[in-house]
Write a new protein. Structure first.
Length: 777
C-alpha cells in the first residue's frame, strides 16, 4: 500500500515559550522511542492513521510547543551555536509508511525484537544523532510504520524542549487521546485555538540569584568542544536483558551484606548501573582501549523535578547530571568493586539537591554569552567514561493505546541501532515480567569482550546468578565475604572450638591468589571500641597468625592483608578502659604478649599489607608498622600519641617507625605525639599507596566512609595480587632477605630459588613468550 506513505503536518496554537538556560544549552538531539505493537490481520490501516492524526492533533493543542521548531540564538546574542531558541513557526508531523512487504512482526518477536532489525534511516524521519545547523529543526515527529502483523510507532521529540520524563508524559497524553479517537470522543473537524500559550521556564528553572560555580559540578566543564564532533556508531549497538531473578541477585551482590543504617540502602538501579559501568570498562581494557591504571568515570542524569517544586506536568529539562569516579582497579575488584561502585552512585544520587541544580543553572545563566557548559567527560566516552541514562521507572508498558493496536499494550520498547554515541547506555522501561532491558553502544571489539565476560554473562545470561553460580558470601559483615569464592569465618581459625557469646574480634577470609594459594584477609572487628586492642583480640590475632605462618610455608597462603570493619577507624590502639582496671603486673604481662604477637606479624614469611582507611593511633599504627606495606586512604590519620599519655610506644613504634620514615620524621611524630594526615604520611614514606579521594561528592560534598574503606581494601587486594603474580618461593625468599638486610642473607635466599621448578618454568615461559604458571615448587 505505497499510497499510504505520507507526511501529515499538524499546526498548534500560537505560543510564547521562553526556554530555561538548561533547555537552551542542552545539545539538540531527539529522544527516539520505538514502540512495537501487534496488529490484527484485518486492521483498517486508513482508519488507524486518521485516529492517530486526531490523537496527535489534540496532543499538540495541549502542548503547542510540539509544533514548534528550534532555531539558532537571536541576533542580540551573537554567534553562539550552543544557545538555541524555540520558534512557533513550525509543525508537528505524523509520518506514515507501509513496510508490510519488508518487515514482519513475527520475525521481530522471534528475535526478541533484535536491535539490528530497527533501521534508523528506514524507521526514523529524523535519523541523525545531533543537529547543529542554521536551519530550523522540528521539535516533534511521530512515525507510524505498518509492518506485516504489527505496527512500529517511533516517537521523536527534541530534548532541548522536552526531557525524558516529559516525553513519557507526552506519550501518556497521546495514548489517552488515541483511545478517545477510537471511541469517537475525539474527531473531526480538527480545530486550533487562537489563544496564545504563554510559559516562561526561566522563572521556574533558574539560578535564583546564585552565582554558580563550575567546581561544584564535576560532570560539567566550560572548555571548548563542539557537540558537532559527536558521531554516530554504525552496527555497534546491542540490547541486553537481566531477568527478574537475576535483578534480585544483582541488587543483593551490590548491597552491603549487613547494612548498619538506612543510608546503606542500594536501589536496583544502582546495582544495574554499577554492573554495566564495571563490565563495559573491563571489556574496553580487554579490547586494548583502556589502560589498567586509568580512572573510571560514569555520568548519569538524575531526574528530580520534585526538588524544584515545579508544576505538574512540567515538560522542560529539570534534571541534574552527576559524575562518579573511581580507580579502574577498584571498580574491577572481584570482592568489592560492584558494592563500592553502587555505594558511590547512591551517595552521588543523594547529593543531588535543589540548591545544586539551581547553582548549575545559575552558572549557565552567568556564562551563557562567554562559553558553553558541557559534559566534562565527553572526550573520554570512548575510553574511560560512559554516560548512563535510565528509563527503568517510566510506565511505557502500563499505557493503554486502545484496541486499534491489538490489546493496546506495547510489546517491545527499543531504540534505533544508530542514533547514539559510543559510551552511551540507555536502560529501557521495566518489562511486564519485571526484567530489565538496556542498549549499549560500543565498538565491535569491546562488545565481543563484553559478551565473553563471566561476571556480565552471570547476570545477562539465561539463568540467574543464584541458579548458575552459587556464591559463598560468608556469615558476617566482612567486606571480603562479599566476593565470589571467598571463604569467611568469624573466629581466629576453623579448628578453634572455644565458644563465646561476644561478636568475633576479628573476621578472617581468603580470596584466590594468582597461580596457586590464597590471600588471607584479617579485619579487626571491635567497632564499638574503635578496634582497641583487647586481650581477646590479641589472642584471636595470635591464633590466626600461627595458622597463616604454617600455611605460608606450603604456599597455601601467599599474602596477608590486615584491614578494619569500621568505616572511620583502623584501630585506636590500646584498650585504655581495660588498662585502667588491671594491675601494673597484668599490664606488663599484656605488653609482653602484645610485643610477641606483633613480632610474629612482623616476621611473617609472606608479604603483609595494612589497609588504613581512617584513624590509626598508638598500637593501631604499630600494627601497620609491623606489615611490609601500607595502603592509606586520603582520609587516613595516624599517630603515636603515647607521650601525651605519659608513656611511650611499647610495641615496636620507637624502632620500626624510624626504619620506615627515617629518624627525623620518627622523632618528630613520637616526641610531639601529633596526628599526621594521609598526604603528609605519604610524603614521608609511611604509606606505599595513597588512595585518592573518590568518595566525596564535589565541593562541600558528603564523604561516603564505607566506600573509602572498601576502596582502600580494594587497593590493598590489587597490590597483594600484583605481588603474588611472582613466583611463590621467590617472593618468600625476597621477604626473608629484606628482613635481614645483608649479603649473606641475600646469598642464602638466592640459593633457595636456584633449583626450583618455578625458575625453570619462568625461563621456558620467557622463551615461549607466554605467561608462566608457577606451582610453588
Amino acid at each position: 500500500m505505497a499510497t499510504m506513505n505520507k507526511s501529515i503536518a499538524i499546526s498548534g496554537p500560537p505560543f510564547d515559550l521562553k526556554l530555561s538556560y538548561w533547555d537552551r544549552t542542552y545539545p539538540p538531539t531527539h529522544s527516539k522511542r520505538i514502540l512495537c505493537f501487534a496488529l490484527a490481520e484485518n486492521a483498517n490501516k486508513e482508519q488507524i492513521v486518521d485516529q492517530l492524526h486526531v490523537a496527535l492533533h489534540h496532543t499538540v493543542q495541549r502542548m503547542p510547543f510540539l509544533a514548534g521548531s528550534v532555531v539558532p540564538n537571536s541576533k542580540e546574542e551573537g554567534d553562539r551555536p550552543w544557545l538555541r531558541n524555540i520558534s512557533p513557526d513550525g509543525h508537528a508531523y505524523l509520518d506514515v509508511m507501509d513496510l508490510s512487504d519488508q518487515i514482519s512482526y513475527n520475525d521481530l518477536a522471534k528475535s526478541n525484537f533484535d536491535q539490528k532489525l530497527f533501521d534508523a534511516d528506514q524507521l526514523c524521519s529524523l535519523p541523525q544523532v545531533i543537529y547543529i545547523q542554521q536551519e530550523p529543526v522540528d521539535v516533534c515527529r511521530f512515525s507510524v510504520n505498518f509492518i506485516d502483523g504489527g505496527v512500529i510507532l517511533v516517537v521523536q521529540i527534541l530534548h532541548t524542549v522536552i526531557d525524558g520524563h516529559g516525553v513519557t508524559e507526552c506519550l501518556n497524553i497521546f495514548a489517552e487521546n488515541f483511545r478517545k479517537a477510537q471511541e469517537g470522543q475525539l474527531g473531526h473537524p480538527l480545530e486550533t485555538p487562537k489563544e496564545v500559550y504563554i510559559s516562561d521556564r526561566t522563572a521556574l528553572v533558574s539560578g535564583g540569584g546564585r552565582v554558580g560555580a563550575i567546581e561544584n559540578h564535576p560532570a560539567f566543564t566550560t572548555s571548548a568542544f563542539a557537540h558537532g564532533n559527536i558521531k554516530g556508531v554504525e552496527h555497534a549497538c546491542r540490547t541486553f536483558r537481566i531477568g527478574r531473578a537475576a535483578l534480585v541477585d544483582l541488587k543483593k551482590a551490590a548491597s552491603p551484606e549487613f547494612p548498619r543504617h538506612s543510608d546503606d540502602w542500594i536501589s536496583t538501579g544502582d546495582g544495574i548501573a554499577a554492573l554495566i559501568w564495571r563490565s563495559i570498562l573491563v571489556a574496553r581494557h580487554r579490547a586494548g582501549v583502556l589502560p589498567a591504571d586509568s580512572d573510571a568515570t560514569i555520568g548519569e542524569p538524575v531526574d528530580r523535578p520534585g526538588l524544584l517544586a515545579l508544576p505538574k506536568p512540567y515538560f522542560g529539562n529539570a534534571f541534574y547530571i552527576m559524575r562518579t569516579d573511581m580507580p579502574f582497579g577498584a571498580l574491577t575488584s572481584p570482592h568489592a568493586g560492584l558494592r563500592t561502585a553502587a555505594s558511590l552512585l547512591r551517595a552521588d544520587v543523594k547529593g543531588v539537591t535543589a540548591d545544586r541544580i539551581r547553582d548549575l543553572v545559575a552558572l549557565m545563566e552567568r556564562i551563557r554569552l562567554d562559553s558553553h557548559t558541557r559534559l566534562s567527560f565527553q572526550e573520554d566516552l570512548g575510553t574511560s567514561a560512559i554516560v548512563y541514562t535510565s528509563h527503568f521507572k517510566f510506565n511505557i508498558y502500563d499505557m493503554d493505546f486502545g484496541p486499534a493496536f491489538g490489546d493496546g499494550r506495547v510489546k517491545a520498547f527499543r531504540h534505533p541501532e544508530r542514533g547514539t554515541i559510543v559510551g552511551a547506555v540507555i536502560v529501557m522501561p521495566m518489562c511486564p515480567d519485571g526484567s530489565c532491558e538496556f542498549t549499549i553502544t560500543e565498538s565491535v571489539d569491546t562488545l565481543k569482550c563484553l559478551e565473553a565476560d563471566a561476571v556480565w554473562t552471570r547476570y545477562t545470561g539465561q539463568k540467574s546468578p543464584s541458579e548458575a553460580a552459587p556464591v559463598n558470601s560468608g556469615t558476617n559483615g566482612s567486606s571480603v565475604a562479599r566476593t565470589n569464592g571467598a571463604t569467611t569465618t568469624g573466629s581466629a581459625t576453623k579448628s578453634q572450638t572455644e565458644v563465646t557469646q561476644h561478636p568475633p574480634t576479628i573476621l578472617t577470609s581468603t580470596i584466590d591468589s594468582p597461580h596457586i594459594g590464597k590471600i588471607a584477609i584479617i579485619e579487626l572487628n571491635r567497632p564499638k571500641a574503635m578496634n582497641a586492642i583487647s586481650r581477646q583480640l590479641l589472642h584471636d590475632l595470635d591464633l590466626e597468625l600461627n595458622s597463616i605462618t604454617l600455611r605460608a610455608h606450603h604456599s597455601e597462603i601467599r599474602a596477608l592483608i590486615i584491614a578494619s570493619t569500621h568505616d572511620k577507624v583502623f584501630s585506636a590502639g590500646a584498650d585504655l578502659e581495660a588498662r585502667a582496671t588491671i594491675t601494673p603486673d597484668e599490664t606488663r604481662h599484656f605488653l609482653t604478649d602484645l610485643r610477641r604477637v606483633f613480632a610474629k606479624l612482623a616476621a611473617l614469611p609472606v608479604p603483609s599489607i595494612a589497609c588504613v582507611a581512617g584513624l590509626a593511633l598508638g598500637g593501631g599504627l604499630e600494627v601497620a608498622l609491623c606489615c611490609h606495606l601500607r595502603v592509606f586512604s586520603a582520609h587516613a590519620v595516624v599517630g603515636l600519641p603515647e607521650t601525651r599519655l605519659a608513656i611511650i610506644p611499647g610495641a615496636g613504634g620507637t624502632y620500626r617507625l624510624p626504619r620506615i620514615v627515617g629518624y627525623s620524621h620518627a622523632v618528630d611524630m613520637i616526641l610531639t605525639g601529633r596526628r599526621v594526615m594521609a598526604a603528609e604520611a605519604a610524603q614521608m614514606g609511611l604509606c606505599n599507596r595513597l588512595v585518592p579521594d573518590f568518595a566525596t561528592g564535589g565541593k562541600g560534598g558528603v564523604t561516603d566512609y564505607e566506600a573509602v574503606r572498601e576502596l582502600t581494601l580494594a587497593t590493598g587486594v590489587a597490590l597483594s595480587r600484583d605481588i603474588s603474580a611472582g613466583g611463590p618461593i621467590a617472593v618468600r625468599a625476597a621477604v626473608s632477605a629484606l628482613a635481614v638486610g645483608d649479603e649473606d642473607a641475600e646469598n642464602a635466599a638466592y640459593d633457595s630459588v636456584l633449583k626450583t621448578r618455578d625458575r625453570l618454568e619462568a625461563l621456558q615461559a620467557f622463551q615461549a613468550k607466554v605467561p608462566p604458571k608457577y606451582l610453588g615448587v
